[in-house]
Design a protein around this ligand. Sequence first.
Ligand code: NDP
Length: 602
Amino acid sequence: MAADGSKAAIDKEALRRKYRQERDKRLRPDGNAQYLELKGQLAHYLDDPYTPRVEREPVTDHVTFAFIGGGFAGLVTGARLTEAGVRDIRIIEKGGDFGGTWYWNRYPGAKCDTASMVYMPLLEETGHMPTEKYAHAPEILAHCQRIGRQYGLYDNALFHTEVSALEWDEAATRWRIETNRGDRFTAQFVGMGTGPLHVPKLPGIPGVEDFRGHSFHTSRWDYDYTGGDPSGAPLEKLADKRVAIIGTGATSVQCVPHLARACAELFVFQRTPSSVDVRDNRPIDADWFAEIATPGWQQRWLENFTDNQTGGQASEDLVQDGWTDLARRIRTKIMQLPPDQITPQNMLAAWEDADFEKMEEIRARAEAIVNDPETAENLKAWYRQLCKRPCFHDAYLQAFNEPGTHLIDTDGKGVERITATGVVVAGTEYPVDCIIYASGFEVGTEYHRRAGFDLKGRNGKLLSEHWSEGMRTKHGIHVHGFPNAFIVQPTQGANLISNVPHNLTESGRTIAAIVQHALANGASEVEVTAEAEQAWIDLLLTGSGRMIGASPDCTPGYYNNEGQEPTAESRLRVGYPAGASAYFRYLKGWRDKGDFDGLAFT
Ligand code: NDP
């Protein structure tokens, strides 16, 4: 702001320079290899603190549909298959219940940061009204359980069970499935919704194994140690504790305010600040909800959000949040261009201008809220908004005004070392009782490493071999050589990261239609042809490329393969060239036509 209160002009070249400098100092040659895999001495970080493991006999039967993963992907696909008349569906889940992300992430303050009305799947089908614009984690976990109950998905589910082998049996035209609980069963069809972010990782900081205090990862929150509970009760056992939290991504932004209130002292170790915009969470009014919840309401909201967020032409914005705000600003800027000036180059420039303005506002917000000027300065994010997961919170920046809360900024270098008693940055040791790793999840490692198994398809071919040069699918769902197998995730489909469940519900609906068609026509196999898979890849590669956050110009992170140049593999992590809304329209048309062009039924 200028002294007279007007907005100062933005020096775009200076900002571009600053963004480059901040990116360059974070680039590291080891990229993804910097993180520690949780095995051996570190395997205990994966233990489930929430549900005791129940012994059971191995299963050795046959089911029509087996689905790996009991999060949103498995639940929505299971629900649609049930509606399509498939009765014996078995979900195999490594957690102790349904929920996926929402089973594991029970840290204090966890909530969705895409509006509940579009984020929580099957609201209309279950009749559930979200209590808040952004529902807290316990409500979302309960919703997952509600879907499981309503569609009878608990009956056949295997919890605390991990698939160890999945092999196509050509003679029997079915999949053979083995698990770490000794199960050996078969399924005519398999689905996989193992999620992109479910394998916790630790930062590769020297000395991680040496720490003698208490430590845990945010996705395995230790309430026995901290006190409190997932619904936000005070973490009373931390009142005399010095606590370190390492990482300042979306998870940390949500739990830091709770820690700041509870700990004797809290040290927040920061490598890269998140952009933290206004959240403005509020309760949902039951009368308002009753008025808008007319038949088909959630589909209308989903389509409206996607249209608004991805630059469509929707005349109204039902959700009105931080996601749609940036898109609205870009659109407004483009509309201000004279018609003959609407070129791809000018549209990109309009996007950059809107982004600069937005990020200046977010940086100004840090300055306005945080009392200590140095801390405020260090909390400013110097990159384009979609380079990292945008965060929205109304108590995170404020937490740094708590007297016991200290931001330890590492100037992009990360924590230097962990000792038996504390955390070291720039030669200074901060002694602590507990280290909480808010260090995120594996992304960009091979699919089979994250899934825990490799699919063995026709003629013994492994999925990892088929994907050795990168993911190859049609619609992100079907893979040639892997009949009767379906993958439920966003990449090579809509690739809509602002609302992942929208991708999953559309895939679930599509898979149910295909399975219903196969069963009704007595087809024992359905497989995408090699030509159709190639044609889909060719189509994807006509697009403008990966989303903005995946650009190597961005500050390093999991969106852009830690800042490494795009590889053949990462170039295929793209979506439908015409955008998410167009993809969903296309997929509906493809599905409704009923001949499932590109798939062979035999
Ligand atoms: P992230 O991967 O986003 O964050 C990990 C953090 O650890 C980053 O701040 C990272 O810094 C930091 N880090 C890594 N190595 C070091 C090191 N050596 N020293 C210091 N810091 C280090 O994980 P999150 O769990 O926060 O979020 C993962 C994803 O989960 C989000 O992007 C989002 O998609 C999703 N999520 C969604 C939420 C919601 O919808 N409500 C809430 C929480 C998460 P750097 O940035 O420099 O790499």
